[in-house]
Design a protein around this ligand. Structure first.
Ligand code: DAH
Length: 328
């Protein structure tokens, strides 16, 4: 009878797949009202000797059953752990998801390049406010009210006196006002004009340059800017200084470079405005024009970037189109 119990248990155990099944099986065999208890309760009708023998037999069967159930319990537990480990397995040979790295905007790259070049020539970089007054943006630069030159630049006014600077030239005045020559600075930054088409955006960037000392000449201006063109475009480049007009310089010029377009035709391209500082500007900062002279220049960064990178529409710079930006 007892030996049969073990056989039945073994068969039942084969069908068990969960801990729950196993617990049911356990109480069926060795629970309080289980088969072993039943066998034990039958002992009471036996003689003392028989009780001893049978009792020992039942005990050893119970042990056998307990061992089998415990072993099954361990097997189930191990299977569960293995399944969990398998489902959580990480395949370290799979290609990972690379983080998306940003990069500098092409305008920032060109700006940093220009700053590097001029710092190499001994210029110091200074920055100034984008909200300016009439005085710094116009008057001190010899652009009085009602002067036609004010119309050269369509201005965003914030109130009667406050405006968004239309160029970086106000920094010439701010620097000279608080310093004595020699002065050798560049001033990069954003400027604003009410203008928008394929070569104009309402916000763009300029770099202003100013060099004031005794005996600064137009020859000095030409040599610095010619060198700059070679260093910036990274090749020997033909330049031409074409007479022009700016109220804050006298004489004034625009610098053109010879540039080959996509069809291989050579074209003159204007890259910046420049000149010798007008004595009237020295007057607004109390410099003696008989003692000092200087040159100034102002370049549009988007324009230089368009020439260098071969971009035909300035608006690409500010559409935040990754397909465009990723090329640089
Ligand atoms: N401020 C001028 C503009 O925005 C550019 C310029 C021309 C700056 C001549 C200068 C200069 O310093 O000398 O159009």
């Amino acid at each position: 009878m007892g030996k049969d119990l073990v056989k039945i248990l073994m068969q039942d155990l084969n069908k068990v797949i969960s801990k729950n099944d196993l617990m049911n099986l356990k109480s069926k065999f060795i629970g309080k009202k289980g088969l072993i208890s039943e066998l034990t309760s039958e002992l009471k009708n036996l003689s003392i000797d028989e009780k001893k023998n049978k009792g020992a037999e039942i005990n050893s069967i119970k042990k056998e059953i307990e061992i089998a159930i415990n072993k099954k319990f361990k097997d189930i537990e191990e299977a569960e752990i293995n399944e969990k480990l398998n489902s959580e397995k990480i395949d370290i040979t799979l290609p990972g998801k690379a983080p998306a790295f940003g990069s500098l905007h092409p305008i920032t790259q060109v700006l940093e390049n220009i700053i590097d070049i001029f710092e190499g020539y001994g210029f110091q970089t200074v920055e100034g406010p984008e909200v300016e007054s009439n005085f710094y943006n116009f008057e001190a630069l010899n652009i009085p009210e009602n002067h036609p030159a004010r119309d050269m630049q369509d201005t965003f006014y914030l109130d009667n006196d406050k405006l968004l600077r239309t160029h970086t030239s106000p920094m010439q005045v701010r620097i000279m006002e608080n310093n004595r020559p020699p002065i050798k600075i560049i001033s990069p930054g954003k400027v604003y004009r009410c203008d928008s088409d394929i070569t104009h955006t309402p916000m763009f960037h300029q770099v202003e340059g100013l060099f004031v000392d005794e005996n600064v000449s137009f020859a000095n201006l030409k040599s610095i800017l010619n060198n700059f063109c070679i260093d910036f475009f990274k090749k020997e480049i033909k330049t031409r200084f074409r007479p022009s007009y700016f109220p804050f310089t006298e004489p004034s010029a625009e610098l053109d470079i010879e540039w080959e377009n996509k069809n291989g035709e050579k074209k003159w391209m204007e890259v910046l405005g420049c000149g010798l500082v007008n004595p009237k500007v020295f007057g607004s900062v109390n410099y003696d024009p008989d003692q000092y002279s200087g040159f100034a220049f102002g370049m549009g960064i988007e324009r230089l970037a368009m020439i260098k990178l071969g971009i035909t529409d300035i608006r690409y710079f500010y559409q935040n189109d990754l397909k465009f930006l990723k090329q640089f």
